[in-house]
Design a protein around this ligand. Sequence first.
Ligand SMILES: [Zn+2]
Length: 136
Amino acid sequence: MGFEKFGMKSFTSDAKVAPFIDHLEQGRIMTTKCRECGKVFFPPKADCPRCLTSNVEWVEINGNGTLLTYTVVNYGPSGFENDTPYILGIAEFEEGVKILGRVSKEINPRDINVGMKIKLVPVKLANGQVIYEMKI
Ligand SMILES: [Zn+2]
């Protein structure tokens, strides 16, 4: 158990990669790296999709990334209707993974540019849920 703590809305209560949530609560964004082929995946996967081994290890995403693209979400899906508008971005991180995530509302949308340096940071919400966001 533990995965129900993830996200503004959580749809999953358990997963083989539930330690992701413990790490997030402790302020670290961790994911898995295959010990066989060396590929890093995000979100974390208990089994390597490339070579199908379960021989994976946890590695930390250090948070330094480059924003590749973003979009303003004006009509949110179920559970997010009252949080619009918000910005979703895809950034590539030094570990070689591309991550889809929310861009912090602390950043003025006019200051967001493709190619900008961005950090991935854990965030604890007032209701106890944990998420990660992109911040400057
Ligand atoms: Zn592999």
